[in-house]
Every structure is written in C-alpha cells, then in structure tokens.
Design a protein around this ligand. Structure first.
Ligand code: ASP
Length: 349
C-alpha cells in the first residue's frame, strides 16, 4: 500500500505511466466520449495529429494529446523549425517559443526565448497549471523548467551549427568572418539560407467529448535578433481557442499575427457564424490589407512580402486552413485517417 502511494506521488498517475517524461503536468485520462475527434496541424504535423487522435480516443485531455503530438516534432533533429535541431538566432543560440491553451478551463500558458529545453510546449502547460501567470521568458523560463525537472540539452545540432556558421561567414564580404575556400556544401547551404527558413508546428485538437486544446511551438525565424519573440507564444496571435467556438493557430511570419492578433480573429470569425474556411480567409484578407500599409512589409506589386498559414477547427468538428501565397500545407486527422493537404491561398502568386 505504502509502496504504491509513494510510486503515485513520485510518478503521477496513469498519464505519467503512458506518456513518460512528457507527463510532467499531464492529466490522467477519463473515459472516452462518443464524438468523432479531429486534429489539425501545420504540414510538418502528420505524426502529431496521428498521436493526438490516438490519445484522445483513449480519453486523454485534448491539450495533453496536442502537446504529446508536437513533442515528436520538437524532438526531431531533422525538423529545423522546431525544438531540437531548430535553426538558431544570429548568435548561433537556439531560442524557443511555445504556448498552449486548454478549452475546458480557458487556461493558457507560454514560454518565450527559452534555451536548452527540448519540449517548451510542456513547459508552457506548467506555466498554465502551476503558476498564476500566462507568460514567462528567457532565463526565468529556463529556471522554471529546471524547477519542474525538465532536462537541459544543447538544442544546436551539428547540422544546424554548420548552416548557421555558413550564414555567418557569407552574409557580409566586408566583415571578418571568412568561409573556407573549398566548401563542398556551399551551394547546398546557399540555397538553404536564401529561402529564409521559417516554420513552426501548431496543433489544435477536438476530443471525443467536444473539448478543445491547442499548442504552437517553434524555434522562430532563423537568424533572428537574440531575444526576438514571435507570435507563437502570444495567446491570440499564434494560437487561440474558445471551448464553445473552436480553435485556431498559425505558422509563418509571426509579426503579421502579432499586429493583427490573427488566431483570435479566426476564432472570433467562427463565433459570428463563419465556417472555419471563411473564418481563415477573412483573417488572411485582414493581414493582407493592414500589413501593406508598412513599406517594409509591402512588395512592389502591393502585396505582402511574407506568407502566413492558418489551421482551424470548429466546436462541431469542421476544419480548414488557408495561406496568403501557395505552398502552405495542413496535416489533418478527421477521426478516421490522417493526411497532409495543400492549403488554398488568398493569392495565386
Ligand atoms: N511564426 C513563427 C515566428 O514568427 C515562425 C514560423 O512559423 O515560420 O516565430
């Protein structure tokens, strides 16, 4: 008896047993309901939606399921836009942003500019559950994660260090950083660097009881100014939900979402009766309209210099995504199967 109580104290309950270290802060599952679950994610989130739906079918909380889903990508060194292996800031240091929202409690939490922690979305859940705050940044976020037992790791992989070093050595011919003369990977790296790497993973989940949870986690823009915080950890910008309406999140140039509080806008559009598709397209139009008032965000043809994508699911299980320019993709699990679909763009080019 005493032994099992001690074990429960140290390990947590069923969630801990099933979710491993990511269970720090997770809730034990309840019996599954009879509604069809849905999960939507960015194009890099196929494994995330599969995992999330598998978990909500077992009765796990929709936010815990979303966090567990994106954790696969946070830990993947091959995804250079999220977590471990994410491209660093201009000093070569990986700084992560992440946020969560929980439908049943309308809770939210986030961390920004956090270093050395592979799973910032799980830390954001603890900001939500184990503090009275919503957002903790930088050194304070790292210390908070440490206090809760998250292991520290160097998030810079050899590959991402080499890409960063190449960027550093080739960005200005007049500075003192010089690339090697026989750099075999230069052509490959040039191509890589020219398409300024962006990326993030968002995941919104509707569970079998009709409850919502969502998270957005990212290493942000590559080569960003140290300390720059994007939209991903800002509730309302990189993600938002209302358990009575729906959930939405975004990837792309975060400043556009900060300036328009766009994920909030998508949810509010659904609240006034728009289907997820129309809710997303209206938000894209708003961004397209407001952003070009600033010359640094306006192309010569009058359209935005950047792309943004949205992913949304409504309380009744409808889902959709959209982007400003072609190329955006969405991973979706409709309760039966998972797939990646192309997003409809606002503009053809
Ligand atoms: N939205 C992210 C940020 O601005 C980056 C991205 O999704 O590409 O940090």
């Amino acid at each position: 008896m005493r032994k099992s109580m001690n074990r429960r104290f140290f390990m947590g309950g069923t969630a801990a047993a099933s979710l491993g270290t990511l269970a720090i802060g997770a809730t034990d599952p309840r019996p599954a309901g009879d509604r069809r679950p849905v999960a939507v994610s960015s194009g890099n989130g196929l494994r995330a939606v599969e995992k999330a739906v598998e978990l909500v079918k077992k009765g796990f909380d929709p936010l815990d399921a979303a966090i567990e889903g994106v954790a696969i990508v946070e830990a993947d060194p091959k995804d250079d836009s999220v977590g471990y292996g994410g491209l660093p800031n201009e000093d070569g240091v990986v700084e992560l942003d992440a946020a969560v929202m929980h439908g049943p409690t309308h809770g939210g939490g986030s961390v920004a500019s956090i270093r050395n922690i592979m799973h910032p979305a799980a830390v954001a859940r603890l900001v939500m559950k184990r503090t009275r705050h919503c957002l903790i940044v930088g050194e304070g976020a790292l210390r908070f994660a440490r206090a809760h037992g998250f292991p520290e790791v160097d998030l810079l992989t050899e590959e991402s260090r080499k890409v960063w070093l190449h960027w550093k050595e080739t960005r200005d011919p007049n500075d003192d950083w010089v690339p090697p003369p026989d750099d075999e990977v230069a052509a490959y790296l040039d191509g890589y660097i020219k398409r300024r790497v962006t990326g993030t993973i968002h995941c919104s989940v509707l569970d079998t009881h009709g409850d919502l949870g969502c998270t957005t986690t990212t290493s942000g823009l590559s080569w960003k100014i140290p300390g720059r915080v994007g939209d991903s950890p800002i509730l309302g910008a990189g993600l938002y939900l209302d358990n009575t309406v729906g959930s939405a999140g975004s990837t792309g140039i975060g400043e556009a979402n900060l300036l328009n509080l766009s994920s909030y806008l998508v949810v509010e559009n659904m609240r006034r009766g728009l289907a997820p598709k129309d809710a997303v397209m209206e938000a894209l139009k708003r961004i397209a309209e407001t952003s070009v008032r600033d010359p640094k965000r306006r192309r010569p043809d009058g359209k935005t210099t950047f792309n943004v994508s949205f992913y949304a699911v409504s309380k009744d299980g409808k889902f959709a995504g959209g982007c400003i320019y072609p190329g955006g993709k969405m991973a979706v699990h409709d309760g039966d199967s998972a797939r990646v679909v192309q997003l409809d763009p606002l503009y053809d080019k």
